[in-house]
Every structure is written in structure tokens, then in C-alpha cells.
Design a protein around this ligand. Structure first.
Ligand code: ARG
Ligand code: ASP
Length: 719
């Protein structure tokens, strides 16, 4: 008993001391966080952040594209987000002759702002707790399958009712692993234009070398504008659309940032796993992450060898390689953080105490007894299967020709069905023709062939033969085990290997010809992998995941009862959250202390004209030499570039506003420091820091560097 009490106090103290941790629900701020925020220095109220009755800060926040956040900074719909969030759009407007990605882009008038088909921004209209409605008709004796069917039915009804007669969208999302549910009513604008982007050597300064790192000097911002129809309503792109008039826009404070200042970040963190059991963390750090790291490393090396000698390839693969590298580096950092925080041992101790607590009471025992053992057993089964899935997705699905070949399956399906009229097939062909243009715009065959060889070889070395697609036997049978010869065969014989052969095939397509696709070597291999994945592995894994979900739901409920003093925040699920903390530096390792900010001096220190990531443009150097920073200089006379704070953020928070005690914009969040990337699993207040671009550097680049001061004039600046 004494031991139990001891371990309980230990756990409770661990659970309670992580200040700054948490991604909170805006709707519940008043109840859960307002007082603490105010104690920490916040000068406003929860109602100022999120209100359903009048306009509030939430009306100035949008989901940008599919995975980022942006904030409105003028009454004419101007928005700020990260350069890496606008990257795809900037790249799509770029070519070797007119290279906005490299040189930057600035619209000097409204007419010059560039439309981006497919790019949207989404506002939250309101959110609501719908737990009770969702759980209507759910009983304790239901099977998990019955439960999930009923939930689906309730969800459909609730969503449909919520938006009846409006142009809004609605989504019910589970929180705390399905112990609670909230509905999100949203409104999406579809005409979003590119207004400005710094050149890559500002917007991506430091590149993948500095990514996830502090000290950082990246001017990671871009500028867009929302357009609406003449009634300020969402509309597809049209010349006649006009700048959107927002309900709220953020004032910008250029007085500067001091250590320990209160800050909060308002945005859309994508996904975290704060309440998973120790065995799952073990599985992530020992099985999943090492495969991802190893395979991506190989792909990145190959891409780099091509980028380094060919500028066109650099343009084509800039965004792709940034995406691959981003995950690769994060998982390396995450694994280090998991080890350093000893979170696995910590969770195991917590689980032991939890089990003792559960067993000490008959009702609790019935609900929660044996749950940790059940997790351990389940993960013993999930782990080897998930390992195979990760192996396959990081290798085979990392080969571009195989991913591209899969897109022909839609045409096959149409042709196989005799009832489908010819017109639909023509439409299918048109779609494939369009897809071919965008695929081959950024495709380099020789590079992909190298990746094919590396990835298929790695897959064969590591995968369990039981899961290997039979198609791969051809390598031994026909090519003497030589993957390189097999690659030659695939690339020389596949229609999908070049734009010319795809076009020739599609231009002369007749219904019966679809059989040619079925015999295509890239298509057959891609389909063999996809079939294994979708038919043999995914259904089994999905069943395990359903079990895992239900265990997590029960465990979450148990944890909340076990630690009644602890304020739990739900895992991130790409819904709007508030996280708050302080401006702070940190100590990454023994004897080393990092300041909370960087300056232009640091850019000049890193400058190296021979290394792509560290080139500094003459114009920026001139401004630096003449110290021509205008009102954007710090009190100390220098130009501050980035700063760190203790806000608990995640992927998706990129582009989120970093706000001061009065809700004024101080910076744009864009990253976390490497020592803290495990914060999706465990938050360490000593090492977890979010990184923002100092808004003064952003305005300095717009105004002094790009000469686009007319944009700053639109903003509300607090000097
Ligand atoms: N690490 C940041 C985030 O996860 C920035 C990524 C983009 N930059 C890059 N160099 N890949 O999204
Ligand atoms: N860079 C991330 C993003 O794009 C933010 C993060 O993971 O901290 O959302």
C-alpha cells in the first residue's frame, strides 16, 4: 500500500507539473483556462478569443489549403501564412524563365494577384458539444461494431441538421478517443490569390539543413488574399470577385518581444498521441521510425545527387524533397526526445499505478482491469503487421512511377464495366491527360529509376516473404535477382515512364486497349503492391485499430478518473486550438544556453555563396550594411528574425499567429526545435519550443526589401 501511495504521488506530480503543455478547445477556454491565462499575463477574456455572439479572434483564423493555418491581417482579406505552406502555389506559378520560387513574387497591384485553382481557406463558423446527441441509443452491452454503426448514423443526422439550408459544411469529430464529440460548422472560400512571397533564400533560408532547428533564420512567410463575390460570399475564381471583408483582422504589434512575455498560438494542430500506452511508443520508436528514417535517407541522398547538378531538377523536386526530408528529420528528433525524456519508463510506471488503482475497486476493476495487458497483447500483434505496411509504403509507394501508374486503375475500372457509356470513358481519358501534364512537369525519369532500384532492393531485403507480392518473383526468374535489370525492363516497357508514351497511348485509346494497361510492367507491380496492402494487410490491421480505439477510449476514461486533479486536453485532431506559454530560450545540452531570438547578424554569419541553403541576396546585404531597418528595428538597433516560446504546437500549426497578452500579432509560427519534436507524444517544458518568425522581420522584408509597402499600409500596425 505504501508503495502504491508513493508511486501515485510520483505520477500525480509528473502529471501536474508540465506547465505550458496543452492544446485547448476554444469553446472551453473560459471554463478551463481563462483564469490561468490571465494569471500568466493575458489581458483579455476567453470571449475575445472565441465568441458565438459577436466577432472574435476566431473569425480571423483560417485553415489554409489542406494542412496549414493562416491569419487575416487587413480589412481587405489579406492573410499571412508560412512560405512552406504557400510553397505549392508559388511553385505552380514558377518556371525556369519566371522563377517566383527562387526570386520571390510581389503583386504591386490587385490586378497582379495570382489565382490558385484548388486552394481554399476555411473559417470556423461555430463549434458545439454534441456528445449527448452522439451517444443517443448507445448502450453498454453493444458490440464495438454496433456502437460504431450507431455513431455513424447519429453523426450523419447531426451533421445534416446542422447545415440545412446553408452553404456551410459540418463535421462531427471525436475527442478524448470518442468519450466526447464536437461538431464544427465551417465556411470555405475558394478564390485565394497569391500576393507576395520572398525569394527562397529568405523564405527557406537554411533549407532542410536548418529545418527543425534552433538557432533559426528562416523568413518563412507568404502573403495571400481571400476574394469573395459581390455579397462577400464564397465563390469560385472570377475576375469579378472582390477582396473579402472579414469580421475580424489581427492588429500587428511591432514593439518587440521580451523573454517571459505571455504569448498564445491560435491554430490547427493536426495530430498528437499524448495518451497512448508505453508499448505503442516503443513500437513507434523502435519499429516504425527506424524504417521511415532509413528509407527516406536513401531517397533523399538520390534526389540530392540530382538536385546538386541540375537546376531544373531542383525546381521539380524542391517541394517533394522538402516533404520527404521534413518527416525524416522530425522522426530522428522524435526518437532522440523519446529516449532522453525516458517517457517509456515513465508511462510504464504510470500504467502500473493505474492498474493497481483499477484493481483496488470492484467497479473499476470491471471497467479498467486488465486494460494494460490487453494493450500489450494487441501491440504484440499489431507491431509486426504495421512494420510490413510501413516497409511497403515507405519503399514501393515512394517510387513515383508506381504511384503514378495507380492512377490508371480508374480507366481500367471504367472499361471493364460494359454498362459504362463511351462518353464517360472519354472523360476518364481527359482526366488522365490533365494528370499527365502535372505529373511530368515535375518528373525526372533517371532519378526515379535510381529510387526504384534502391527502394525495391530495400523492400526485398527487409520485408517478410509472406507479405511480398508474387509479382516480385520475376526478378529472380527473369533477371537473375538483378533489381537494376528489372528496373530497366520496367522503365523501358512501361507506358507510364514518359509523357510522350502516355500521350501517345491516351490519344489513340480505344476501349479494348485497356488490356494493355493490365500488362504494363509498372502498372502490374504497382497493383500487386496495392492489392497486398489493401486486401491482405489493411483489413486485418483495421480490425486491430478498431480494438485499439476501443481500448484507448476506455483507458482515456480511466485515466481521467485516476487523475481527477489533472486538466486533460484532447489530442490534436486538426480542429482549432489555443495553446499558451511564454517567450523563452532553452538549454539544449550541457553547458549550452540558447537565447530566445536570432538576428540578421546570424544570417550574415551563416552566409555562404557556395551553399544553396545559405546564399544571401545582395539587396538584403545592402540593407544590413546600411542598417536600414526603419521602424522594424529592435530597441537594440538590430533586426530580429525569429524567436522561440513554450507554446505546445504541432504540424498544422504552421502559419498560426503568435499573439501577445492583448491578442496582437507578434509572429507567425512555423516550426519546433529539434530537441522538442517528441512533443506530439510527450511535452517537456524544458526543451519543447515553438519557433516563430518575428513579425518585424516579415514586415521589413515586405516593405524595405520588396518595396511592397502598400501591403503594410493595409494592416493595423501598433508602434
Ligand atoms: N519543420 C516545419 C514543419 O514541419 C517546416 C517544414 C518545411 N520546411 C522544410 N525545410 N522542409 O512543417
Ligand atoms: N512546421 C510544422 C507545420 O507545417 C509545425 C510544427 O510541426 O511545429 O505545421
Amino acid at each position: 500500500m505504501k508503495r502504491l501511495i508513493l508511486s501515485l504521488t510520483l505520477i500525480i506530480s509528473i502529471a501536474l507539473t508540465r506547465a505550458d503543455e496543452g492544446m485547448w478547445i476554444p469553446l472551453l477556454l473560459e471554463q478551463l483556462n481563462e483564469k490561468e491565462m490571465q494569471d500568466l499575463g493575458f489581458k483579455l477574456t476567453a470571449e475575445d478569443i472565441y465568441s458565438i455572439n459577436h466577432s472574435s479572434m476566431k473569425d480571423g483564423i483560417v485553415i489554409f489549403g489542406r494542412g496549414c493555418t493562416a491569419e487575416i491581417v487587413s480589412d481587405q482579406g489579406l492573410i499571412l501564412t508560412n512560405h512552406h505552406c504557400g510553397y505549392g502555389a508559388i511553385q505552380r506559378h514558377s518556371s525556369l524563365e519566371q522563377d517566383y520560387l527562387t526570386d520571390g513574387f510581389w503583386a504591386m497591384s490587385r490586378e497582379e494577384e495570382l489565382p490558385n485553382p484548388g486552394l481554399t481557406v476555411t473559417f470556423l463558423v461555430r463549434m458545439e458539444d454534441v456528445t449527448e446527441k452522439m451517444l443517443e441509443g448507445i448502450t453498454a452491452d453493444m458490440t464495438e461494431a454496433e456502437r460504431s454503426d450507431k455513431l455513424k448514423e447519429n453523426k450523419d443526422t447531426i451533421e445534416a441538421e446542422a447545415i440545412e439550408g446553408t452553404h456551410y459544411q459540418a463535421r462531427v469529430k471525436p475527442f478524448y478517443y470518442g468519450n466526447e464529440f464536437y461538431i464544427f460548422i465551417t465556411e470555405t472560400y475558394k478564390d485565394v490569390r497569391l500576393v507576395g512571397a520572398p525569394p527562397s533564400n529568405i523564405g527557406k533560408f537554411g533549407g532542410d539543413t536548418d529545418n527543425w532547428m534552433w538557432p533559426r533564420h528562416t523568413g518563412d512567410f507568404s502573403v495571400f488574399r481571400i476574394y469573395a463575390d459581390s455579397n462577400n460570399q464564397p465563390a469560385k475564381y472570377s475576375e469579378n470577385n472582390i477582396p473579402f471583408t472579414p469580421k475580424y483582422h489581427f492588429p500587428i504589434n511591432i514593439q518587440g518581444v521580451e523573454e517571459d512575455d505571455f504569448t498564445f498560438v491560435f491554430g490547427y494542430p493536426g495530430s498528437t498521441q499524448q495518451y497512448i500506452p508505453a508499448c505503442r511508443i516503443e513500437h513507434i520508436s523502435e519499429v516504425v521510425n527506424p524504417i521511415r528514417i532509413n528509407f527516406r535517407h536513401q531517397r533523399l541522398d538520390i534526389i540530392k545527387s540530382y538536385i546538386d547538378r541540375d537546376d531544373l531538377v531542383r525546381l521539380q523536386y524542391a517541394s517533394k524533397s522538402a516533404g520527404i526530408a521534413n518527416g525524416w528529420k522530425k522522426w530522428i528528433g522524435e526518437n532522440k526526445g523519446i529516449e532522453r525524456t525516458k517517457v517509456i519508463a515513465e508511462k510504464q510506471a504510470e500504467e502500473k499505478a493505474f492498474t493497481q488503482w483499477a484493481e483496488a475497486d470492484s467497479d473499476r476493476k470491471k471497467q479498467f482491469g486488465g486494460i494494460i495487458d490487453a494493450f500489450n497483447q494487441l501491440y504484440a500483434e499489431i507491431s509486426p503487421l504495421e512494420e510490413e505496411m510501413v516497409l511497403m509504403s515507405e519503399s514501393a509507394f515512394g517510387v513515383e512511377i508506381l504511384r503514378y501508374a495507380r492512377s490508371f486503375s480508374s480507366l481500367v475500372r471504367l472499361c471493364e464495366n460494359k454498362e459504362i457509356p463511351d462518353e464517360e470513358i472519354t472523360e476518364g481519358i481527359d482526366k488522365l491527360k490533365k494528370a499527365a501534364i502535372s505529373n511530368f512537369k515535375n518528373y525526372h525519369q533517371a532519378l526515379d529509376r535510381k529510387i526504384f532500384i534502391a527502394m525495391i532492393s530495400a523492400y526485398i531485403t527487409h520485408a517478410d516473404p509472406a507479405y511480398r507480392p508474387a509479382e516480385l518473383e520475376i526478378i529472380d526468374k527473369k533477371f537473375d535477382g538483378n533489381v537494376s535489370d528489372y528496373a530497366d525492363y520496367v522503365f523501358e516497357n512501361s507506358i507510364m515512364a514518359s509523357e510522350a508514351s502516355v500521350n501517345e497511348f491516351l490519344d489513340n485509346f480505344k476501349r479494348k486497349k485497356y488490356k494493355k494497361i493490365l500488362q504494363d510492367p509498372a502498372y502490374t507491380l504497382a497493383t500487386a503492391f496495392a492489392d497486398k496492402y489493401n486486401k491482405d494487410m489493411w483489413p486485418i490491421l483495421n480490425k486491430y485499430y478498431a480494438e485499439d480505439d476501443s481500448l484507448q477510449r476506455i483507458y482515456m476514461k480511466g485515466l481521467m478518473e485516476f487523475l481527477p486533479e489533472k486538466r486533460f486536453y484532447p489530442d490534436a485532431n486538426f480542429t482549432l486550438r489555443v495553446t499558451y506559454g511564454k517567450v523563452k530560450g532553452y538549454q539544449p545540452r550541457d553547458a549550452v544556453t540558447y537565447k530566445h531570438y536570432t538576428t540578421l547578424e546570424g544570417i550574415m554569419e551563416k552566409e555562404n555563396p557556395d551553399i544553396y541553403d545559405y546564399v544571401v541576396e545582395d539587396k538584403l546585404k545592402d540593407l544590413y550594411e546600411s542598417k536600414d531597418y526603419g521602424r522594424y528595428a529592435d530597441k537594440d538597433g538590430s533586426m530580429h528574425v525569429c524567436f522561440t516560446a513554450t507554446n505546445h504546437t504541432s504540424g498544422g500549426n504552421s502559419g498560426s499567429p503568435l499573439l501577445n497578452d492583448k491578442g496582437e500579432l507578434l509572429g507567425i509560427n512555423f516550426d519546433r526545435c529539434w530537441e522538442g519534436t517528441m512533443s506530439d507524444i510527450v511535452y517537456d517544458p524544458a526543451q519543447c519550443r515553438n519557433i516563430s518568425i518575428d513579425i518585424r522581420y516579415c514586415l521589413f522584408i515586405i516593405d524595405k526589401y520588396a518595396g511592397a509597402g502598400h501591403l503594410v499600409e493595409e494592416m493595423t500596425i501598433i508602434e
